[in-house]
Design a protein around this ligand. Structure first.
Ligand code: ATR
Length: 274
């Protein structure tokens, strides 16, 4: 069977093998999909070995997305603007193509699964690292009116806003001013605090009436932010499980040329995590 894998560190919790196998069953495709733990120092060698041995596609997750982007000879527009990649696919000549499907996955989860119209929303993006870079442009493309980027380290927020280059729509504020910057229609947690087991101390005043709060992570990593959002009166508090399934569907389509039905796979994972 064709070989696929996800590379990360740590990786044991990854749902990607299960998601890709569920998609493959929809089409009667046989594939092998492994989760590979690769320490940062080994990532390039491990990935190159995988493709040299005939690997047909790789997903890449934390902390390797920037390294995956650097490794590729060809890069999609979304990967280029984010400077990171979550999908690597071998080209005919053996070199690698990089894609970043995170932002598309987030927007599809919001607009198609949760039926949210993002147009006109004032959005607050918490964090300015790899995850934030992966979704910022897509939120603007989806019609978000303003994107306010706030990062504990002001320089990274400024760098992201500069890279976007639309000062009227995308701008930064200081983390230390969060209590004074008013409320937003939409708050996206793109920090790694939850993954690191840390709770953000956020003022409830950020949450506007009928606000939508979204954590790009899922499971235990998302619970602190989502509890805060609910307590602060958010209308919606979503984790990133749907985004994960959507990003996987994009990778699956790149590799197999067929578009899987994400909803039953999402529902099964949701039941499993309940
Ligand atoms: P990822 O790929 O998950 O985005 P990253 O590139 O390391 O990981 O970015 C993590 C983001 O979460 C950064 O914006 C980081 O802020 P700093 O640059 O100041 O570290 C943010 N972050 C992590 N822990 C945080 C915390 N406890 N409070 C606020 N921001 C935090």
């Amino acid at each position: 069977a064709a070989q696929f894998a996800v590379f990360g560190h740590p990786i044991s919790h990854s749902l990607s093998p299960q998601i890709h196998q569920a998609f493959a069953r929809q089409f009667g495709i046989e594939l092998e999909y492994r989760a590979v733990d690769a320490a940062p120092a080994d990532f390039v060698a491990v990935v190159q070995r995988f493709f040299a041995a005939g690997g047909r596609g790789a997903n890449v997750t934390l902390p390797h997305k920037a390294a995956a982007y650097a490794l590729a000879a060809q890069r999609s527009t979304a990967a280029t603007r984010a400077g990171s990649a979550n999908v690597l696919t071998p080209l005919a000549d053996g070199r690698l193509a990089a894609h970043n499907t995170d932002g598309d996955g987030l927007v599809r989860d919001l607009t198609e699964r949760h039926n949210v119209d993002l147009r006109g929303h004032t959005a607050l993006l918490l964090g300015a690292g790899g995850a934030a870079h992966g979704v910022a442009w897509n939120l603007l493309d989806a019609g978000v009116e303003t994107l306010t980027i706030v990062s504990r380290t002001a320089e990274t927020a400024d760098a992201l806003a500069d890279a976007i280059g639309e000062p009227a729509r995308a701008h930064t504020r200081y983390w230390s001013d969060l209590a004074d910057i008013g409320s937003y229609d939409m708050i996206i947690n793109a920090t790694s605090a939850g993954v690191l087991g840390v709770s953000l101390q956020l003022p409830p005043s950020l949450v506007g009436a009928r606000a939508l709060c979204y954590d790009l992570s899922y499971g235990a990593a998302a619970s602190s932010f989502l509890s805060w959002a609910t307590a602060a009166g958010a209308r919606y508090a979503f984790d990133g499980l749907g985004m994960l399934v959507e990003t996987a569907a994009d990778a699956f389509e790149l590799w197999h040329g067929q578009r899987p039905d994400t909803e039953p796979v999402y529902q099964a994972l949701r039941r499993q995590s309940a």
